[in-house]
Design a protein around this ligand. Structure first.
Ligand SMILES: [Zn+2]
Length: 199
């Protein structure tokens, strides 16, 4: 499977004077999720979501405000990536074995994948380097992906209960009430979680 639920894609956006002014553009283009691990910003302190400089700004200050060099990133990936870079050429992000890949590129998916449990794995030596360097095998990335999957399954419940109710079979009343109760409870837990995370 692909890492991203929806592949990030940078649009052509108006030029801004500081990279921090691109935050809302990046949030939109990266679908509110980290470019590297796809953790959603609603679940992981959106105010602390970082703007990563793909080619590090400490090494390549001229690219500091270049939109095509920016990645919307969770703090876990951004901190791990830090100012690591192979060589001293901003146009050479990797040597085929070590280095990084822009998550908006198809090359990212050719080198990294997500298994059926939600774990991020390298498909190639370069992909495995990226997993190690960015700590993409953290349990949080796996759990947050599974939580997203559980929420999308839950969203099917109203259609399911409608079908059960329309069928009108005696046992269906038990199933529908259980499903509705499950949906109510998980929504309550979710709204508590979101309040706890985002204040
Ligand atoms: Zn991340």
């Amino acid at each position: 499977m692909y890492i991203h639920t929806k592949k990030p894609a940078r649009r052509v956006v108006p030029t801004r004077t500081k990279y921090s002014e691109y935050r809302s553009d990046l949030e939109l283009d990266f679908n509110g999720a980290c470019g590297y691990c796809d953790d959603n910003n609603l679940r992981v302190d959106s105010v602390c979501f970082h703007i990563d400089h793909f080619a590090p700004k400490s090494l390549f200050p001229l690219l500091q405000n270049e939109y095509t060099n920016l990645v919307y990133s969770c703090r876990f990936c951004n901190q791990c990536k830090s100012s690591h870079w192979i060589g001293n050429d901003a146009t050479i992000p990797h040597d085929g074995q070590k280095g990084f890949i822009d998550p908006c590129s198809n090359e990212y998916d050719q080198n990294l994948e997500r298994d059926s449990y939600g774990r991020i794995r390298g498909k190639t030596e370069l992909g495995r380097y990226i997993v190690r360097r960015l700590n993409l095998n953290l349990i949080r990335h796996e759990l947050l992906w599974n939580a997203r999957r559980a929420r999308s399954l839950r969203d099917v419940i109203p259609t399911l209960t409608e079908k059960y109710e329309a069928a009108g079979l005696p046992n269906n009343a038990i199933y529908t009430s259980l499903l509705k109760r499950y949906m109510e409870l998980t929504k309550q837990i979710e709204s508590y979680e979101l309040c706890a995370i985002n204040g």
